[in-house]
Design a protein around this ligand. Structure first.
Ligand code: CUA
Length: 356
């Protein structure tokens, strides 16, 4: 009784774990390919469910046959050893294996050909055709709205050629519009993946790949570099922010105008720090003397959700820590520690907070 109870409790625990894992796959807000928010991701999700269904079906048929074979023993008269008198009782309860001389019955042969040749051929052909169709849908010809994305170690450079605007780690788009990403990389292979919107697409040095996708509705969709690219591969996240088309227009207008000039003496001092300290060597802020391109463009840094491509939340405290010692958060990133006096840091933070 006790053993049975232990067994039952084990089954319950396994069921609970499975249910938790299964529910985590479809949670709202998690970047799951199983909650598609656009037509391209939708096609991939349909394909996924179809594959799961077919694999499940094959599994059930194979397991069913196996169990049937174990449970339904062959009648004694068919057993090759049954006729030999001396062997009776010798191997009782054990069905002797067929010898190579046995011929497959017609039914057996049909089963082998049907299950081993015909069924895989049909299933694999069907999945092949559907997969090629789904791939075709995401690499189709470019749409009008183009965003150029470059995978850097370890962040995303984002440029809007038609807007003349540059940013990093966040791609703002209008919902309901087909977007074309032109994907490149100056260093190693990265992979762009926003599971709710589209499949993965590699960023390969020396070539430009395109990815076409659309977001059905406004929302924030988390993405992640999906190709191991170095020590901080895990901290190479991005966000796609889909806005209502009207909201997007006003966002684009603000971006075209660039950031407001600093309003206070402290903010002006902060801009001076940015332009004269090492910052300007790597970072650019539209309309200033900071024109570096080695690191992320900071023109709208205050409006971003995170610092360091998803490494930290974007608030004053974390930003201060990042500026002074980024390596303790993201070892291997190119951002060096900055040696700033407290009043310089304060002024710099005050200025950076105006960049939105
Ligand atoms: Cu970039 Cu992994």
């Amino acid at each position: 009784m006790a053993a049975q109870r232990t067994h039952a409790s084990h089954v319950l625990v396994y069921a609970a774990v499975l249910a938790a894992v299964a529910s985590a796959c479809g949670n709202e807000g998690t970047p799951s390919a199983l909650s598609p928010r656009g037509p391209e991701a939708g096609r991939i999700a349909v394909l996924w469910w179809l594959m799961l269904g077919l694999a499940g079906l094959v599994f059930l048929v194979v397991m069913g046959s196996l169990v049937t074979g174990i449970v339904r023993r062959r009648p004694a008269s068919e057993e090759p050893g049954a006729e030999r008198p001396g062997s009776a009782g010798h191997d009782e309860g054990v069905a002797p294996a067929r010898t190579s001389g046995d011929r497959l019955s017609r039914l057996d042969r049909r089963f082998v050909v049907g299950g081993g040749v015909v069924m895989p051929a049909v299933i694999l052909t069907l999945l092949g055709v559907l997969t090629v169709g789904a791939v075709d849908a995401v690499v189709k010809s470019e749409s009008e709205f183009v965003v150029e994305v470059s995978g850097e170690q370890f962040w995303w450079d984002v440029q809007y050629p038609d807007l003349g605007f540059r940013t990093a780690n966040e791609i703002t788009i209008p919902a309901g519009t087909e977007i074309t990403l032109r994907l490149t990389s100056p260093d190693v292979i990265h992979s762009f993946w926003v599971p709710e919107l589209a499949g993965k697409r590699d960023l390969v040095p020396g070539r430009t790949n395109t990815l076409v996708f659309e977001a059905d509705r406004p929302g924030v969709y988390r993405g992640q570099c999906a190709e191991y690219c170095g020590i901080q591969h895990a901290n190479m996240a991005l966000y796609v922010v889909a806005l209502d088309p009207d909201e997007f227009e006003s966002w684009a207008d603000r971006r075209r105008e660039g950031p407001l000039p600093p309003a206070t003496a402290q903010q002006r001092r902060g801009r001076e720090v940015l332009e004269t300290e090492a910052c300007a060597g790597c970072h650019r802020v539209q309309g200033t003397e900071a024109t570096g391109t080695l690191g992320p463009d900071l023109t709208d840094v205050a409006s971003r959700r995170t610092i360091g491509a998803g490494a930290l939340p974007n608030d004053r405290g974390h930003l201060a820590g990042w500026i002074l010692d980024a390596q303790s958060t993201k070892p291997g990133a190119l951002m060096p520690p900055m040696d700033l006096a407290p009043d310089e840091l304060d002024a710099l933070l005050a200025y950076l907070e105006t960049l939105r």
